[in-house]
Design a protein around this ligand. Structure first.
Ligand SMILES: Nc1ncnc2c1ncn2[C@@H]1O[C@H](COP(=O)(O)OP(=O)(O)OP(=O)(O)O)[C@@H](O)[C@H]1O
Length: 343
């Protein structure tokens, strides 16, 4: 597999499960949504590689990059003499992807006119080359991707609702990296190994703990693509503290993105508050916003400290620097929050 889907956050695990099921039934069109750089193409390729269609072509078309007039012939092909300059017959991407996958990237940017043509193919299972009357039967698995909110595009009358339902039989939404920070360490190790293999004659040392901590707590507005390119730069040409700050644009992760404040943390927090609220009358006496705030802080602090200790191999000096608390405060918190070193 060219690029495996790295990550084991609950959302990536769920996506992996959907991919496993959907790749076995390629009659269902798929739309993959998510911000730019989250891995939509990675997911599309994994779907293809696990499907029975992997022996045929995976054909990618970027609907936003090609002007409308060209996109039509690009998708459906051209018959010789169809228009001035069409000197020879040319197959379209639908035809090249026959038996395989047609990956329509940036589908939200396709013109209304072409949306109608695409809908016709999906409904009838047939199309014809430009300038030809002969119908060609389509046997392609259409996987689309977009970073637009298609529902909103429909409301704005920029996307056809009927096409939306045709394309969107299965929807896979990939959350931004800041919502699944637990995938960052895995991505860092995967790409570090990849660069070590790719540049065997260069010494590519693993990141030092400080840089590692900074990368793990950054909010990554450009998602995995941004992480991969910054990591590559750091690994290949090194990086001092000043450069690192410059690279990350002094863009600290907002508290929500700190390691550990994952949906799991949120879930356990809500669970704990529910338990507190459902307590006995005596327990209700102690129930107050102040108590909740303290419980919430403890849960979040425990998660964040555990993750940083984990990532620094329990080097408390380094961990306290990353957390920007004194060494003594860290020891007190480890003790009070009952955080134990793994065996
Ligand atoms: N889960 C992942 N595991 C491994 N690599 C990933 C993952 N997600 C993204 N990447 C890497 O990040 C980069 C961007 O991924 P990709 O092109 O799939 O994003 P995208 O969502 O399709 O972006 P765009 O919307 O800009 O087209 C690629 O180098 C890809 O290999």
């Amino acid at each position: 597999m060219d690029t495996p889907l790295v990550g084991s956050s609950p959302s990536i695990q769920k996506i992996r499960e959907i991919i496993r099921l959907v790749s076995q039934d390629t009659s269902l069109n798929v739309v993959i949504t998510g911000e730019t750089g989250v891995g939509k193409e990675v997911v599309a390729r994994v779907l293809y590689e696990l499907s029975p269609r992997r022996k045929k072509e995976f054909v990618k078309v970027n609907c936003a990059a090609i002007p409308d007039t060209l996109l039509e012939s690009e998708l459906f092909g051209v018959e010789q003499g169809a228009y001035t300059g069409a000197h020879r017959k040319r197959k379209g991407k639908f035809e090249i992807a026959d038996g395989g996958v047609l990956f329509l990237d940036e589908i939200g940017d396709m013109s209304f006119h072409l949306q109608a043509k695409l809908l016709h193919v999906l409904q009838s299972g047939e199309y014809s080359r430009l300038g030809s009357e002969t119908n060609i039967t389509s046997n392609t698995w259409v996987i689309s991707a977009t970073n637009h909110d298609l529902k909103q595009r429909i409301e704005e009358k920029k996307f056809r609702e009927d096409l939306y339902y045709r394309l969107n039989m299965i929807q896979i939404n990939i959350p931004p990296l800041r919502e699944r920070p637990e995938d960052i360490p895995e991505l860092i190790s995967h790409y570090t190994r990849l660069y070590q293999d790719k540049y065997p004659d260069r010494v590519i040392a693993p990141l030092n703990t400080h840089t590692y901590g900074r990368l793990c707590s950054f909010s990554w507005p450009g998602n995995v693509r941004q992480l991969v390119s910054i990591l590559q730069r750091i690994l290949l040409i090194g990086c001092d503290e000043e450069t690192l700050s410059e690279i990350l644009h002094e863009h600290p992760a907002p508290p929500d993105n700190a390691p550990g404040t994952t949906p799991t943390t949120y879930g356990s927090l809500v669970e704990k508050i529910r338990t507190m609220a459902a307590g006995t009358p005596e327990a209700m006496e102690a129930f107050s916003l102040k108590a909740i705030k303290k419980t919430a802080t403890d849960i979040v602090e425990k998660e964040v400290i555990s993750q940083v200790l984990d990532r620094t191999n329990w080097n408390r000096t380094h961990a306290s620097k990353i957390l920007k608390i004194s060494y003594k405060t860290l020891l007190t918190k480890i003790d009070r929050l009952n955080i134990s070193e793994p065996n």
